[in-house]
Design a binder for this molecule. Structure first.
Ligand code: ADP
Length: 191
């Protein structure tokens, strides 16, 4: 199973990614989490990523692509993987296609969580209070939403055209959304 999980900042990707990946016995790979781990560890990658993340901008494609390539070539991702937060640009879509083709597999589905924009801001501001993430300030949240709309929203159309887009209502309780995601994925035809 090779899946991607899409949706705007605050849509609940990380939360749902964990449940879905566990269900399929595959790793949930979050580019945001990998960047944050590198920032905490003070690696070269972390130093590079931090300046973009703190500004609400995307880390450059070359940096992100190489990181994802290395990660999905790890043995635990051999049976499949769920990518949370990648791809986010059309250049990343092209790279991911090449990475998957190289393994002789295909992308099974692109799950997109949809959430009202007011609800998104409310969730992120709430997360700011509990998690204290450096990029959850109001200005940076707004910037992240702009970047998402400009760079990532167009990807939904790409996967819709390919016939692998699975849109899921991300409003409501976490467990309700999880139930919807599972229901939506069960109806993917085998081929
Ligand atoms: P969110 O989607 O809620 O903003 P993430 O934890 O997924 O948060 O990502 C945090 C930050 O990490 C992004 O704002 C961006 O700077 C960086 N990042 C994550 N994934 C990518 C990606 N695929 N391409 C470029 N930058 C990324």
């Amino acid at each position: 199973m090779r899946l991607i999980l899409m949706g705007p900042p605050g849509a609940g990707k990380g939360t749902q990614a964990t449940s879905v990946a566990e269900h399929f016995g595959i790793p949930a790979i979050s580019t945001g989490d990998i960047f944050r781990a590198n920032v905490s560890a003070g690696t070269e990658l972390g130093v590079t990523a931090k300046q973009y993340m703190d500004a609400g901008e995307y880390v450059p494609d070359e940096v992100t692509n190489e990181m994802v390539r290395n990660r999905i070539n790890e043995p635990d991702a051999e049976p499949g993987f769920l990518l949370d937060g990648y791809p986010r640009t059309t250049a990343q879509v092209t790279e991911l296609d090449a990475m998957i083709v190289a393994t002789g597999h295909r992308l099974d589905a692109a799950v997109c969580l949809t959430v009202d924009s007011e609800e998104l801001v409310a969730r992120l501001l709430k997360r700011a209070l509990t998690d204290g993430r450096a990029d959850d300030t109001e200005d940076v949240i707004r910037k992240r939403q702009e970047v998402y709309a400009a760079e990532t929203e167009p990807l939904i159309g790409i996967y819709r055209e390919r016939g692998i887009l699975v849109e899921v209502d991300g409003m409501g309780e976490v467990v309700e959304v999880t139930t919807r995601v599972f229901a939506a994925l069960d109806i993917i035809p085998e081929s």
